[in-house]
Design a protein around this ligand. Structure first.
Ligand code: MRU
Length: 400
């Protein structure tokens, strides 16, 4: 078991000077790695969600610039350390405009900019190349650290669930969206907790929601669970409350990721998270947020200040995916060859699933109030609320 052994669960392939990302728009039907050789390609991959998930977005942005710094002629012609810092800062500002909600991207950009500024400030004899080398070191370290952070989240989260679970051996967990290897540098956050429980043979079943409209659950989480041989069932988003009602003594927790956690613990995550938290409270099921500390934004006191991305209507009104050729539907196909050499037919057009002309509201995230969250699991440990208090003190936890 383990994503390291499965190349198709690797969202990001990086070696100095070369970056490829797995095109998650094509999963689970097609495994295609696309090269990211410019800032524009990195920006586009994030904006169009070829790569998604808060940690993966931040890492791909950081590494897009790493590749440019090694191979781009403009970057190679930078003469002074100050020119190198200015180039890096400008590039990071551009990458930050790709998606607005996940704070990891902004946190990474800030740390990278500060890091190269500090390098340049070491003295007049610091060269442009030394500033670039320092950037590469910092960006590559983000990639390395993410996997270990996720493994720690997995362990802390599993330990917490096992501690609070009062049921028997039939321990089941529900998750939403995709927080696994595909959303991170590897292993995953909420899905990392599920991996950890499964590795300890403590998990009897996982449920993943479809996660409309982009279907990160049915396309990506289901794909990871099937690959890992974790017993799992897919449900549509509208089935979650019924699932809790019908399994009162089996669901040990709902575990989700985060795109931004405010200082009080209010959490922005994939649309549909909030309604799951309400259902969890009603059924007395622990609702657990799993996120690295880079998802915590101490600059904002509450979730009211989180900018929620609104995405195009077409994501709600259409679907795409493979169809059976023998049905002779009047649709266009393209033949693709998978890594196993087998060809398959992928629908190359989208299918409308909504009445033409209907108005659409498509917020990509919602905010779950801290009050509904039982625990926030980070790579540094589990954050809980003080007795009788409805919010978390993320600042005290992170600064301890
Ligand atoms: O729109 P997405 O797919 O980028 O949204 C992803 C989520 O909401 C995840 O739960 C979150 O980023 C955490 S991923 C470890």
């Amino acid at each position: 078991m383990g994503s390291e052994s499965n190349p198709t669960l690797q969202a990001i392939r990086y070696q100095r000077g070369s970056l490829e990302i797995l095109d998650q728009l094509l999963l689970p039907h097609e495994t295609l790695y696309i090269p990211i050789s410019s800032l524009a390609l990195g920006h586009d991959a994030i904006k169009t969600m070829k790569v998604r998930g808060a940690p993966a977005i931040a890492i791909v942005a950081a590494l897009s610039l790493a590749v440019v710094l090694v191979s781009d002629s403009e970057a190679q012609s930078l003469k002074t350390s100050q020119e190198a810092v200015a180039f890096i800062e400008k590039s990071l500002e551009y990458l930050k405009t790709s998606r607005p909600t996940a704070v990891n991207l902004f946190d990474a950009a800030k740390k990278l900019a500060k890091g190269v500024q500090a390098k340049a400030a070491e003295g007049d004899n610091v060269t442009a190349q030394e500033v670039i080398d320092h950037y590469l070191y910092l960006a590559e370290k983000m990639l390395e650290d993410d996997v270990q952070d996720n493994k720690n989240i997995g362990e802390y989260g599993a330990e917490f669930i096992l501690k609070v679970w009062k049921g028997g051996d039939d321990l089941r967990v529900v998750t939403h969206c995709n927080t696994g290897s595909l959303a991170t540098a590897g292993y995953g956050t909420a899905l990392g907790i599920i991996r950890s429980l499964a590795a300890q043979k403590k998990l009897s079943h996982a449920y993943c929601t479809e996660t409309r409209p982009y279907n990160q659950g049915s396309r990506l989480t289901a794909y990871e669970l099937v690959y890992e041989n974790i017993p799992a069932t897919l449900i549509t988003d509208s089935m979650a409350s019924a699932l809790l009602a019908q399994n009162p003594d089996k669901i040990a927790a709902i575990v989700v990721g985060a795109d931004r956690v405010a200082a009080n613990g209010d959490t922005a995550n994939k649309i549909g998270t909030y309604q799951l938290a309400i259902a969890a409270r009603h059924h007395n099921v622990p609702f657990i947020v799993a996120a690295p500390s880079t998802s915590v934004d101490l600059h904002i006191q509450s979730g009211k200040e989180i900018h929620i991305e609104v995405r195009p209507a077409v994501e709600v009104t259409t679907l795409r995916g493979p169809v059976v050729e023998s049905l002779e539907l009047p649709l266009k196909f393209k033949k693709t060859e998978g890594e196993d050499g087998k060809t398959s037919s992928i629908l190359s057009e989208t299918v409308a699933v909504a009445a033409r002309g209907i108005g659409v509201w498509n917020p990509s995230f919602d905010v779950t109030p801290a009050e509904l969250i039982s625990a926030i699991v980070t790579e540094r440990g589990v954050v809980l609320k003080e007795d009788g208090v409805q919010v978390f003190d993320m600042k005290a936890f992170l600064e301890a």
